[in-house]
Design a binder for this molecule. Sequence first.
Ligand SMILES: O=C(O)[C@H](O)COP(=O)(O)O
Length: 228
Amino acid sequence: MAKLVFIRHGQSEWNLKNLFTGWADVNLSEQGVEEAKAAGKKLKEAGIEFDQAYTSVLTRAIKTLHFALEESGQLWVPETKSWRLNERHYGALQGKNKAEAAEQYGDEQVHIWRRSYDVLPPLMSADDEGSAANDRRYANLDPRIVPGGENLKVTLERAIPFWEDHIAPDLLAGKNVIVAAHGNSLRALTKYIENLSDEEIMDVEMATGQPVVYDLDDKLNIVSKTKL
Ligand SMILES: O=C(O)[C@H](O)COP(=O)(O)O
């Protein structure tokens, strides 16, 4: 039996301002730091000991992982970062205020952009200043892979190879794993491991800084799921 913990990053500066964030690399807010530390305390109280950590290449998730591991006395745990665990790319919506977008385009359209499984947001062009194509951390990626905007389906399709190549083999080897990532990359993994339909995943939300603990059997069937 292995334990798998998903944790969405603590509140970010752009969560606080209600801005679409996606691949924009923003920091944790003060509240976000406290949420991440509180998560570490809860993990410690629950006695959960990790063998491996995974996170994205975005500051808010990396720092959440580090605060949580430090508070639980496990900052030494080996960690791997991958762009495949990044938040969904929110395309041209990145940096826009969610409430203002709802006023401009209507609540329904904004809900579709945020929660539909397969509708893409308006895309960001590769010559946009904020494009991932201009960011050194993605320099080794095939330019055809660097997204200009992703829906949950595309996010799932790029996250699952990482699950299959790294996370699942660790769990099958009996390792306890923490994945510190993002609302939508974690919703994608949740859909996959819980076998949820395209409709069911629309209602799944990840709270900032809240560890979700799965107990898995030796075939990775879910035995229990607990939110700390
Ligand atoms: O990228 C973002 O804006 C958030 O982290 C997730 O946003 P959502 O809840 O609007 O999908």
